[in-house]
Design a protein around this ligand. Structure first.
Ligand code: KG4
Ligand code: ZN
Length: 333
């Protein structure tokens, strides 16, 4: 059984091939970052145009790297939502066209489920576990009882954590995407130099809020005379902001694991690539004998491997007549 996975929900065009024993044969990702950087964020029209240019070459390369042709593929898994409709449709139409011409079954995958299952690609992880999906669009905390059995414990009430990273980077004029830049600069700064607020930290719910923290960074930065906004100061702001985000995410996730008697936490999504979040979650959880699994960096950010893997888990949902499959821009999981 060979599944071709296709992902195009935001600004990465990706295709991957996975075998039924979850051996990943290829995972090709074409990033559009260079086309969006000067706008400080993803421009939907540019994103869908670039997906159109890249989708076929990326699928071809994924098949080539796997040493296969379309003749060897048994099914197609494609991201159906949530995401930018114009971007999603490019992947969906490519998937439908291949499925139609090759008489292949197809399944639409929720992007969040893809992220959620990414840690399982590289490890055998038991259930139940607590999973934090933390990306540019979502900050969702789940109790996961099995594949396909997810209980949402909390989510962000305003900005997603990745969105806060990107907005803070933008206000400091650091470039896009902000997370990876702030991660790097934070290593040069003093994380205890500025006491930024930790919204919702002491609220008993598992919801998050990052908009106020972002605004606190803005107020702090606005008060500093331009000649005092030195590299050292910017590094300190980054380190202090990042520490506040990581404090909130780790405290709430570990609290949920303790309350639900889960011995495992999985940490996934683009922000799970953050070096401080990875180390702090692992260290803090270890104090309660909780083990943390997080995917390798390439599988944290958007990729088709996680979509192909979710496709393997959803074999029973494949459709032989996929013509009605359509993009779903908002699709809670
Ligand atoms: O999962 P993803 O690739 O796309 C979405 O589904 O949103 O996540 C992208 C987000 C961006 O906000 C980006 O700034 C953030 O992940 N990100 C990071 C790091 N690498 C990517 N945030 C913090 N630290 C990082 N190292
Ligand atoms: Zn994503």
């Amino acid at each position: 059984m060979m599944i071709l996975g296709i992902e195009s929900s935001c600004d990465d065009t990706s295709a991957a091939v996975i075998k039924n024993d979850k051996t990943l044969l290829s995972n090709v990702i074409s990033s559009q970052v260079e086309f969006h950087t000067k706008y400080g964020g993803v421009v939907p029209e540019i994103a869908s145009r670039k997906h159109q240019e890249c989708i076929i070459p990326v699928i071809r390369e994924a098949l080539f790297k796997a040493g296969l042709t379309l003749d060897d593929i048994d099914g197609i898994a494609v991201t159906q939502g949530p995401g930018l409709v114009g971007s999603l449709l490019v992947g969906i139409n490519a998937a439908k066209s291949i499925a139609h011409s090759r008489k292949l079954p197809i399944v639409g995958i929720n992007h969040l489920e893809g992220h959620m299952l990414a840690p399982h690609l590289e490890n055998e992880i038991n259930f139940p576990n607590i999973t934090l999906v933390v990306s540019g669009g979502h900050t969702n905390l789940y109790k996961v009882s099995n594949f396909g059995s997810y209980t949402l414990l909390g989510s962000t009430r305003d900005d997603a954590a990745g969105e806060a990273f990107d907005k803070v980077a933008k206000l400091l004029d650091l470039g896009y995407p902000g997370g990876v830049i702030i991660d790097k600069l934070s290593k040069l700064g003093d994380p205890s130099s500025i006491q930024f607020p930790r919204p919702m930290l002491n609220n008993p719910s598992y919801d998050f809020s990052f908009s106020g923290l972002k605004t606190a960074v803005r107020y702090y930065t606005d008060k500093i005379p331009e000649n005092e906004l030195t590299e050292t100061k910017i590094n300190d702001i980054c380190a202090s902001f990042q520490t506040a985000v990581v404090d909130i995410l780790t405290t709430k996730t570990i609290q949920a694991a303790k309350e639900h008697h889960a011995e495992i936490i999985t940490l996934t999504g683009g922000v799970a690539a953050n070096s401080l979040l990875r180390s702090q979650m692992t260290e803090k959880a270890a104090k309660y004998n909780i083990k943390v699994y997080t995917p390798s960096i390439l599988l944290c950010t958007d990729n088709a491997a996680m979509i192909a893997f979710a496709g393997l888990k959803r074999i029973s949902s494949y459709d032989k007549f996929p013509y009605s499959l359509n993009a779903i821009s908002r699709w809670p999981l």
